[in-house]
Ligand binder design. Sequence first.
Ligand code: SF4
Length: 392
Amino acid sequence: MKYVDEFRDGERARGLARALQVEAQTGRQYRLMEFCGGHTHAVFRYGIPDLLPDNIELVHGPGCPVCVLPTGRLDMAMRLVLDHPEVILASYGDMLRVPGSGRRSLLQARADGADVRMVYSVSDALDLARANPQRQVVFFGIGFETTTPPTALGILEAQRSGLENFSVFCNHVLTPAAMGAILDVDPDSEESVEIDGFIGPSHVSVIIGSDSYRFCAGQYHKPVVIAGFEPLDVLQSILMLLRQINAGRADIENQYTRAVTGQGNRKAQGIVEEVFELRPTFEWRGLGEIPSSALAVREAYRAYDAEARFDMRYRAAEGTRGCDCPAVLRGAKKPIDCKLFATACTPESPLGSCMVSDEGACAAYFTYGRFREEAEQRQVRQRAAVKARRRA
Ligand code: SF4
């Protein structure tokens, strides 16, 4: 297949759905985690759950960069821009709307006078630094392995062009470490989530390569199928996972062969390796502290490290009360299970990170409207119960 329409072909999708009906064994439950938020959105956008047998459950994973950043890191950015009037904080748009401590967002900080600018890329941040030589421009770097190489290139470009008023607040995180953390949880603990296999990320895998997931099969006996983002990609990957599970196999398979190789993009990996190093540990929203799961700017590029330049210190902080994002990100709860879903928390007025980004599970549930009605009915029931209690 060559064109995107072909990957959305209804007849082929129905054919795959029939194959899944045949492959899914009655009396057995399949729980498959789509790690990446892009897949979560594809799943709901194209109505994939409606095509699956009832005994296949898709568990939503933590693969949304905005969602997994803990409140404490967002607070660091907030303190930076409020305490340093010389700083322009350049951030991707989604990050501006995530509530930090006290439910304050960077957008609110901007309303209070902080200089926070929305950018589409690190190049925009470099342009801002060139246009404002008397100011300090800090790029709020977030994301998984897909967005890390551009940030590294931004630092290299700043060095090459002698741009001294540019630095990066680095929050780049690593997918395999998070998958390992999910699989490492003691099965008897409350945090444990039963998963039979992973639908592996697309874009991340273009960079790191399918070989990076070998530990899932080798150490944990969990199959991984790397999938593209189109509906036929997702359906075919689910079928490939079911075939492995039914055969008792745990292999790393690649459905997205049109973009992903075993080794990944060596050049991008080399650039990242040049500029960044592993942090000993990093806190993830929902997954807690994970050793060697994030990157920091190397000593050789310290001049471009905002944490060093502005002596930024991390302090752990609580998220919004009543927000179930941590459990949603672990796959332990569905957004609809959160009492605030579609009632107090909506994309227009998000109370947690998972309702902000295009890759957040709560935003996916809300945007495609599949569970909004249920949430609204629950809200009506909650109000009626409160009234009844008052009357009693
Ligand atoms: Fe958090 Fe809102 Fe999702 Fe609830 S619905 S888990 S408050 S983002």
